[in-house]
Write a protein that binds this ligand. Structure first.
Ligand SMILES: Cc1cc2nc3c(=O)[nH]c(=O)nc-3n(C[C@H](O)[C@H](O)[C@H](O)COP(=O)(O)OP(=O)(O)OC[C@H]3O[C@@H](n4cnc5c(N)ncnc54)[C@H](O)[C@@H]3O)c2cc1C
Length: 292
């Protein structure tokens, strides 16, 4: 089955973009979840939306299950495929199709790496807010499937708050459009249903995202505490005072000491029981007011 299927998929995407040998497939038998591994029957890497559609159509007709994969950094094992399934790797679909600075929208293919979008938007004074720590590697398609968050999601929300429309390839190779890139969509929130569905409903083939203006001012504060409790109470106090920092992270003493012993040493107080990092952003006046 694998040889015939590999040949047929190779006719669609080109033979070099079908991985069938055990050594090639070893690269795809794990993702960011270290406790699980599973080698797929084949891995196919389409180079265009049309190739992807044709590959899924073929798998549908052959009744072969498939699993989508972005960068494989997911922590839920979602990008693992069983040995009867084909892994559909989307990293070659990595084009930013359209960037509209006036409407603050970007239309991207699913394999665009998260951080690349903010880099492309930077000259327009814009950025893409959801910033998982893996953003230099993970793809926007994977972010959609996992509803990824990051430090700045405290103020700006997680992925679902930034997706306005999707084109989705269903398992039977039918394309559907969810949401609206131009206005609020009506009816049930199908974009919201798809975001976070871990690839179970289909493959996001085109993603329309909201971009944010880069804040005029950013200020980062460091506060050292004698206990985890007092640091935690400070977090509650900040939120209770109505201040929503762009990001807020706490490190305990073990973490601070580990950082200070590494190449990332930044001068954190190693005697503090806990350290709070608070990032404020907004207008210069608002940041100055909140920092007091
Ligand atoms: C060091 C590290 C730090 C991390 N930090 C964070 C963090 O701060 N916040 C956070 O939320 N996560 C974090 N993660 C987890 C991970 O990076 C995110 O879940 C990310 O969104 C996964 O993207 P990916 O491209 O690697 O997806 P993959 O791991 O390849 O796939 C993840 C899931 O998405 C599905 N999928 C992929 N592409 C598509 C598509 N186009 N359409 C439909 N389904 C698709 C897959 O089938 C799978 O179920 C971290 C992971 C690591 C290793």
């Amino acid at each position: 089955m694998n040889v015939a299927l590999a040949t047929d998929l190779g006719r669609i995407v080109g033979p070099r973009w079908v991985r069938a040998r055990p050594a090639e497939l070893a690269a795809y038998e794990a993702d960011g979840l270290p406790t699980h591994a599973s080698r797929p029957a084949l891995a196919v890497l389409p180079g265009s939306r049309q190739e992807l559609i044709e590959a899924i159509h073929l798998l549908h007709l052959a009744n072969v299950p498939f699993v989508a994969r972005g960068a494989g950094t997911g922590l839920s094992g979602g990008a693992l495929a069983g040995n009867e399934a084909v892994l559909v790797v989307l990293t070659r679909l990595n084009r930013i199709l359209h960037l509209d600075p006036k409407r603050r929208r970007a239309v991207v293919e699913p394999g665009v790496v998260n951080a690349r979008l903010s880099e492309a938007a930077l000259p327009h004074g814009l950025y893409y807010a959801p910033d998982p720590s893996s953003q230099s590697a993970c793809t926007l398609g994977g972010n959609i499937a996992e509803n990824a968050g990051g430090p700045h999601c405290l103020k700006y929300g997680v992925t679902t708050n930034h997706v306005v429309a999707l084109e989705v390839l269903l398992p039977n190779a039918t394309l559907v459009r969810l949401g609206s890139g131009s206005s609020e969509s009506w009816g049930p929130d199908l974009v919201g249903l798809f975001v976070g569905s871990e690839g179970m409903f289909g493959i996001a083939t085109e993603i329309t995202l909201r971009l944010e203006p880069i804040p005029a001012a950013v200020r980062t504060l460091l506060a050292a505490f004698p206990s985890i409790r007092t640091a935690s109470e400070a977090v509650s106090g900040i939120i209770a005072a109505g201040v929503v920092p762009a990001a807020m992270e706490m490190m305990d003493q073990a973490c601070v000491r580990a950082v200070e012993a590494s190449i990332y040493a930044a001068g954190y107080p190693v005697d503090a029981a806990a350290v709070l990092l608070v990032e404020l952003d907004g207008t210069a006046e608002a940041v100055a007011g909140e920092a007091v």
